[in-house]
Design a protein. Sequence first.
Length: 297
Amino acid sequence: MTVTVRVPAKVNVQLAVGAARPDGFHDLANVFLAVGLFDEVTATPSDELRITCEGPDAAEVPLDRTNLAARAALTLAERHGVPPAVHLHIAKDIPVAGGMAGGSADAAGALVACDALWGTGASYGELLDICAELGSDVPFSMVGGAALGTGRGDRLRPLAVGGVFHWVFAVADGGLSTPAVYREFDRLNEGVTVPEPAASQDLLDALAKGDAHALGATLANDLQPAALSLFPSLADTLAVGRAAGALGALVSGSGPTTAFLTADAESATTVASSLLASGTCRAVRVALGPVAGATMV
Ligand code: ATP
């Protein structure tokens, strides 16, 4: 028996970040949108836990137990007292270390796939709890669509979306470590009173109406100054996309992928061509969002 689960990438249309808490984490108001770039996780019975990966960035993905998909399988196996005897193959299309939650997607995919393969029969709520244990972006990878994450970003409220949005993503040459970006955020905000993170009502209204122009005007990422400070050339990429007609542009999550919202498919093609021709990024991808979360195929 083999189980394959398809899991989307995400873009944060708003990422509001609070001050560092005493435990080092930050409270967030995180508006997630699942977009149509997918990893596929295939689970097959095996003598022992084994991870393989294919795709353009496969060389950068760890194949040991630090892989988030391996951690998901081990956590589920331990909870249900079953041996983690599974081969997980990851067909990776989500850029690695790009701020699009690729590792989180694989964790959610592995969890859903192993639950089906092993017949553990975990409830949806239990799977979501395990996701939250694995990382703050993992629950959203399972749920998909659009959602507001609060706390560390892992307490999710589904959001209504009144349309489908056309996105272009510019994949940067290199990665950014999420913890390093948060450290830079803390450094840049030393001595500053950082407001409590809150979702923008204008942005939520734009999503609900499916109004791309209004959404483009309200896109916001509090990590963007930190990502630009560590990766200054992203400012050039953002400028190229804006000049080519994007309704809004921002760094995706902790970066360094940049995201461009466009009015329609035609404008997405124009923005994508300009980005590619500019030489300010390594690759360009076009995707629609929202899309569903982890889905068995
Ligand atoms: P996020 O948007 O959630 O901050 P990201 O998209 O920036 O994450 P990932 O692609 O999830 O970053 O990977 C970050 C690091 O995690 C990688 O550099 C890699 O070392 C490690 N990693 C562990 N498991 C995986 C996985 N299944 N896929 C990709 N990277 C993984």
